[in-house]
Design a protein around this ligand. Structure first.
Ligand code: FAD
Length: 435
């Protein structure tokens, strides 16, 4: 009889299963492959990377490097396997995807405490469970999850997010359209010439390749800014770049076109490019959106992405321990929980497993510290947010250091040290709670 059921042997599910087994917990790991597969999965092994083989930066002075440092401190099994299977990729951690999947699969199968059940899960079950079926969760479970949590979102049509301090504020202004409401939007005006240059660059920019199963659904459900632009030279000026009702205080006139930015979080240190969901390659997003004067030196906390993506409405569904608000023995981890990205999925699988260990030890799970990337991400996805979209690791999620440190690398080092210090205290505290 298993103590815990983990559904889905992907990045989150394998991390969770191996963590639980390491602490003596019997796990039933339910995985549909090879009897059934999503349209993006093609291999039989666990932890299949469906797209890029990059797990992003290794540099500890980047947001993804910091996330990895935290996972390393927590003894992540999946990250260790990735590091063992790495291939040269500069400062990025890229893996030989086949070897990576084989390595994790072997470790899961070798664990005497993990029993793998090969089936398409059709229900959530009653016992302690971690749902980790990913962005392409197969039915009928998908329907059961939607029933429990109210609804599921099916598409990622995300606009990029930039850091507030990288926006050229001398070329932007706060205002609400027609003065209705507070000055919630940061407006980035363009002259006619700037708009023409931007428009030409946008419609000719390189797009990321869409997988065949994504094409039909994505273009019916929502429209990338580059697709809208291709419909006509002024389509954006009547859409997300409409200038009406906005007077630029620098000129005293209405601009030819305006991109609006909206605060992404309560601290106001991240801004979303409103209506600019896009499928352009990341380098093209930086180049093309950089033609907008206020964004010339913008730092991207998250690039726009488009793909099919099943995720719960995390703010209403889970708490900062990835635990269902409706059922205290149910956890949701991985991309379906509202985090975005491979390493973020591993991190949420690790967190969910640690919280399950606390529960099994008779303690109330405690969220990871807010000044760690893992804790900040968990807080972000579970915090109230009417326009919730999945989120990846980035510095904008973290509380600032007490004193503002101007030098970027000194600041980042201070954030990293603060995080690892908090995490060590947390590990000491919770390790007494395990069985
Ligand atoms: C098309 C696409 C491309 C992506 N590209 C990237 C990228 O390049 N970089 C990046 O960082 N992130 C990317 N992501 C986002 C995300 O990081 C990955 O999807 C990641 O694999 C998520 O990890 P996970 O553990 O949540 O889910 P997965 O790794 O998908 O694991 C879920 C597992 O659950 C199984 N499963 C599903 N339904 C059932 C069921 N009913 N019963 C039993 N088992 C089930 C699946 O077979 C799978 O093995 C992409 C997502 C998609 C959809």
């Amino acid at each position: 009889m298993s103590d815990v059921r983990v559904i889905g042997a992907g990045l989150a599910g394998c991390e969770a299963a191996l963590t639980l087994a390491e602490h003596g917990v019997n796990v039933q790991l339910v995985e549909c492959k090879p009897v059934a597969r999503s349209a993006a999965h093609s291999e039989d092994g666990f932890c299949e990377l469906v797209c890029s083989n990059s797990l992003k930066s290794k540099d500890p002075l980047t947001a993804h490097g910091m996330l990895k440092a935290e996972l390393r401190a927590l003894g992540s099994h999946v990250l260790a396997a990735a590091e063992e299977c790495s291939v040269p990729a500069g400062s990025a951690l890229a893996v030989d995807r086949k070897r990576f999947s084989e390595t994790v699969t072997e470790r899961v199968l070798a664990s005497p405490l993990v029993s793998v059940k090969c089936e398409v899960a059709s229900d959530i079950g009653e016992g302690i469970t971690i749902i980790a079926t990913g962005p392409l969760t197969l039915p009928p479970l998908e329907g059961k999850i939607a029933e429990l949590f109210g609804s599921l979102h099916f598409y990622d049509a995300e606009a990029p997010i930039v850091s507030a301090d990288s926006i050229d504020m001398s070329k932007a202004f706060f205002a609400a359209r027609y003065g209705k409401g507070d000055d919630d939007y940061l407006n980035c005006p363009l002259t006619k010439e700037e708009y023409e240059t931007f428009y030409e660059a946008l419609v000719t920019a390189d797009r990321a390749e869409a997988k065949s199963f994504e094409k039909r659904e994505i273009f019916e459900g929502c429209m990338p800014v580059e697709v809208m632009a291709a419909r006509g030279r002024d389509a954006l000026r009547f859409g997300p770049m409409k200038p009406v009702g906005l007077i630029d205080p620098n000129t005293g006139r209405r601009a030819y076109a305006v991109l609006q930015l909206r605060k992404e979080n309560a601290q106001g240190n991240m801004y979303n490019l409103v209506g600019f969901q896009t499928n352009l390659k990341f380098s093209e997003q930086k180049r093309v959106f950089g033609i907008i004067p206020a964004l010339a030196n913008a730092e991207y906390m998250r690039y726009g992405v488009m793909h099919r993506n099943t995720f719960i409405d995390a703010p209403s569904a889970i708490d900062a321990c990835f635990r269902a608000k409706k059922r205290n023995n149910l956890f949701v981890a991985g991309q379906i929980s509202g985090v975005e990205g491979y390493v973020e999925s591993v991190a949420s699988g690790k967190s969910a497993a640690l919280h399950v260990l606390s529960l099994l030890g008779g303690s109330e799970p405690e969220p990871l510290p807010p000044d760690t990337m893992m804790g900040a991400l968990a807080r972000y996805v579970s915090a109230e947010n009417a326009n919730f979209q999945p989120m990846n690791a980035n510095y904008g999620l973290l509380p600032q250091t007490e004193e503002h440190i101007r030098d970027k690398s000194v600041r980042r080092r201070a954030l990293l040290e603060r995080s690892l210090c908090s995490l060590n205290k947390y590990i000491k505290k919770i390790s007494g709670e395990y069985k």
